[in-house]
Design a protein around this ligand. Structure first.
Ligand code: MN
Length: 137
């Protein structure tokens, strides 16, 4: 068994995020494990740019209300204890509502030595961010 020494909290880079985002690397598996777990904290209104993950991603909401948007214009609202998965290659964004902080665990897999795990695209427009929200059916 091994205790992982926590790395300092990092600021989400401005080329991937709109607004203030901070993340902790909870765990990054050593090969052959490709486990990736980050705890991500978004200030009110903060959200990712459009992006996709080569092997998909699972988001587990810990605090606040999360918004997760896809190219079909749907913006899901997810609450603490709820989990959203994005399949491999599906373009999406995630972040806080304009009103509150949001915190989620982000879980995904690496794709092997040096290969791209996440492909970052353009910023989410205000219109896309403010689209009407859908709760799970
Ligand atoms: Mn994602």
């Amino acid at each position: 068994m091994e205790f992982i020494t926590p790395q300092p909290t990092r600021v989400g880079p401005a080329e991937w995020f709109t607004g203030e985002v901070w993340f902790d690397v909870v765990h990054a598996g050593r090969e052959p494990s490709r486990m990736r777990v980050n705890m991500v904290r978004f200030a009110p209104g903060a959200h990712t740019f459009w992006h996709h993950h080569v092997l998909g991603q699972t988001l587990h909401v810990v605090a606040g209300a999360a918004l997760v948007g896809t190219r079909d214009g749907v913006v899901f609202e997810a609450h603490p204890g709820e989990t959203v998965t994005c399949p491999p290659g599906e373009e999406h964004w995630h972040g806080a509502t304009p009103e509150r902080f949001m915190e989620h665990l982000a879980l995904w897999e690496g794709s092997g030595e040096g290969a791209v795990e996440t492909t970052w695209l353009e910023a989410v427009t205000d219109e896309q961010y403010h689209a009407p929200r859908t709760r799970r059916s």
